[in-house]
Ligand binder design. Structure first.
Ligand code: NI
Length: 217
């Protein structure tokens, strides 16, 4: 099977798996991450086939929706790549990226071993900030029944993945616990450049949010 065909089949597979998601991890998140990852990957001279496959498959079984099981995603990805008769080396590379891609808490390191992994992680993180990031965060908070904002609940820096997963904070706190940290957690220079404008937009959003909350403007 040629690579274009493999990508098309994988798109179909992912669309079926993620159909009906309303938590911000739907097909269109995958679509955006794939596009952005391909753009960054081209500038960074990475392997675009690996990037597109890993971007497509990166949220196939996100731990957030499988009781914290983070081994399931990489296993599904490995099996899918094997079914497509991709080389063992390629299957391992793609499933390794999926295993390592997630943000796991403000003080938890999430190293990526390969340039392709770094690019996909960057694209996924960029989709969590800016206007889209804001929209997704509120969609996710609603899906999880988190309060939008409560001035009495303060943000926390999570120093373990378990504590981060258990967090029951507000959606506004999520900006401090994740979104505003992402700018300094990017791997490639290309992604860092893209992040600047998105980051500033979130800061402006928060400023307005607090003003409107207190009826100041
Ligand atoms: Ni994602």
């Amino acid at each position: 099977m040629d690579r274009k065909n493999i990508i098309t089949q994988t798109e179909q597979f992912v669309k079926e798996k993620l159909a009906g998601d309303s938590s911000g991890h739907d097909w269109w998140h995958i679509y955006r991450v794939k596009k952005l990852a391909a753009k960054i990957g081209e500038i960074e001279k990475a392997d675009l086939f690996i990037i597109e496959m890993a971007a497509l498959l990166h949220d196939i079984a996100d731990h957030k929706f499988h009781n914290g099981n983070h081994k399931l995603g990489p296993k599904i990805v490995y099996d899918w790549c094997t079914k497509l008769q991709l080389e063992e080396k390629i299957c391992l590379h793609i499933s390794e990226i999926v295993a390592q891609v997630s943000f796991k808490g403000g003080n938890v390191e999430t190293p990526m071993n390969t340039l392709e992994g770094k690019v996909v992680q960057d694209a996924d993180r960029l989709d969590a900030i800016g206007a889209i990031g804001i929209a997704r965060t509120f969609a996710y908070g609603g899906n999880k029944n988190h309060p939008m904002y409560d001035p009495a609940i303060k943000p926390e820096m999570h120093d373990s993945f378990d504590n981060y997963k258990k967090s029951k904070g507000t959606t506004i706190n999520h900006f401090y616990e994740k979104l505003l940290l992402l700018k300094s957690r990017l791997n490639t220079n290309t992604a860092k450049k893209i992040a600047k404008e998105r980051h500033t937009f979130m800061e402006e959003f928060l400023e307005r949010f607090y003003k409107e909350w207190e009826g100041i403007s």
